[in-house]
Design a protein around this ligand. Structure first.
Ligand code: ADP
Ligand code: GLC
Length: 469
């Protein structure tokens, strides 16, 4: 089967969050399973683009918004990522260091039109166009309703929602940017008097998936206005839990780790990492180490962290360490930095994005905190499990589907119901308690490292869906 993934991100070419990890891994495992998966993405000006060799595969012009744009399809020469990678360069639109910017409507529309323009020149049609998030959500509509792409009209489309909060809305005043389409189909673009790419993909794609079952149910209840649409299209909506790339995320081989470890020597291995991290960040290595890694935004509950951590440290009388790695809202960044002045020795933060440090923290930590308000899947908790780090998560979306509370049968994590300061503090008490039940704590660590969240298992679900189309 030939599957084309269209996406804004793909690790290690460009990554802002979990979308990058998924699109960097799923095609590799599909190829390993004997399929022919490729990734087509914009040519962002990232380090990866400069450090690798590219061949010019195709070039042409598209017409958008009363203007001609030249595009070049660059192919990475060595199949370095385990699949064919194509980056589309549109001078002035894609070649920026930022993956997301202020004029994304125009940039990603041009990317989608260029990708379809190129594919419609092929001698053959691929089996599946797999579109990820709203940046590629107009593809199903365009191949069915724009004459320009009629060669592709029979290709099956799958639309995967990684984040339903962002739908890519834009005003009908900008409809002239779209390629000409049949008038009668305009209704398929509209939602609430706006052009809504996500709503159009939910209607036009042959199958709609999101990255956990629980999040699919949540979308039917609350989806920034699209909930009735999800209920109406429920017959073609599926939850497919993400996997993790166990070749990248493996404490026994991780290229970012100075000390490798596996289940057999997890205690000694993690102790070395914890010692080092505590030294670097001035923390107390005899305390449990709780980390937060992620975007400092409301969806992740990051605004709760400064007060919740302050109160947890006060109530436990400094018997836990908290360490935060993240970047995002200025107000949260500032509050987290200020907290350092009042909690030296048991709290620190690193404001910024640092891939290598994130790996070291998964290895060093005893617990990872995820108080998310919304979490379609969440990869952090799955990385944490593989590194023997116990997740403390709010019961929502994918967190609910991947973490069982240690108080329940077969459980190994800490779950709480509310994204609130009180629930984070209460979970901190539970984490401290569990840490001192040494035998149970160590048994849980060994157990969680063996849980199979790999793509080897999850990619089959996508194959079943493609085949059913
Ligand atoms: P989301 O995609 O919503 O941000 P996920 O849990 O799916 O959430 O994925 C987040 C990914 O981004 C993980 O690989 C995590 O380690 C990484 N990440 C988030 N923030 C940072 C940061 N500041 N530094 C390094 N890695 C980060
Ligand atoms: C989104 C979601 C996250 C998910 C990731 C990959 O960014 O917020 O929960 O894990 O996509 O699917």
């Amino acid at each position: 089967m030939e599957i084309i993934h269209l996406s804004a991100e793909c690790y290690p070419v460009a990554k802002v969050g979990g979308l990058g990890d998924v699109v960097g891994a799923l095609p590799k495992y599909q190829c390993q399973a004997g399929h022919y998966a490729k990734v087509v993405m914009p040519a962002h000006s990232t380090k990866f683009m400069y450090e690798n060799d590219w061949q010019n595969d195709y070039e042409s012009d598209i017409y958008m918004g009363g203007k001609h744009w030249h595009y070049i399809v660059l192919k990475e020469k060595t199949q370095k990522l385990g699949f064919d990678l194509y980056c589309i360069l549109i001078d002035g639109l894609t070649n920026r260091t930022k993956v997301y910017d202020h004029d994304d409507t125009e940039r990603y529309l041009a990317f989608q039109i260029a990708a379809l323009d190129w594919m419609s020149q092929w001698q053959h049609a691929p089996d599946v166009l797999h579109c990820h998030d709203h940046h590629t959500a107009l593809v199903p509509f365009m191949i069915q309703h724009c004459r320009q792409f009629r060669n592709l009209s029979r290709v099956k489309t799958v639309f995967t929602i990684h984040n339903g909060q962002y739908q890519g809305w834009f005003s009908w005043n900008n409809v002239h940017n779209l390629p000409a389409f049949m008038d009668w189909s305009a209704g398929l673009l509209d939602w609430g008097d706006m052009i809504n790419p996500m709503s159009s993909a939910v209607r036009c794609a042959d199958a709609v998936t999101t990255v956990s079952w629980s999040y699919m149910y949540e979308l039917m209840e609350s989806a920034v206005g699209l909930e009735s649409l999800f209920r109406h299209e429920a017959h073609k909506c599926y939850g497919v839990l993400n996997g993790i790339d166990t070749q990248v995320w493996n404490p026994a081989t991780d290229k970012y780790l100075a000390h490798h470890y596996s289940t057999a020597d997890v205690e000694a291995g993690k102790a070395k990492h914890k010692q080092e991290v505590c030294e670097i960040f001035g923390l107390n290595p005899t305390n449990p180490l709780i980390v937060f890694i992620g975007r400092l935004v409301g969806e992740k509950g990051a605004d709760l962290l400064p007060h919740a951590i302050g109160r947890a440290l006060y109530e436990t009388q400094g018997r836990v360490n908290y360490l935060v790695l993240g970047s995002g809202a200025d107000s949260v960044e500032n509050e987290l930095s200020t907290l350092k002045m009042f909690s030296q020795g048991v709290y620190n933060c690193f404001i910024g994005y640092n891939e290598g440090l994130s790996h070291r923290l998964y290895a060093a930590a005893d617990y990872i905190l995820m108080p998310s308000r919304v979490e379609p899947c969440g990869l952090n908790q799955m990385y944490a499990l593989r590194y023997g780090t116990i997740p403390m998560v709010r019961s929502t979306g994918g967190l609910k589907d991947t973490v069982i509370d240690y108080g329940d049968s077969g459980g190994y994590g800490i779950r709480f119901n509310q994204a609130s300061i009180e629930d984070i503090v209460m979970s901190t008490h539970r984490a401290l308690n569990l840490y001192h039940q040494v035998d149970t704590f160590q048994a849980i660590r060994k157990h969680i490292m063996e849980i199979d969240n790999s793509w080897e298992s999850s990619q089959n679900r996508y194959m079943d869906i493609y085949k059913s189309l």
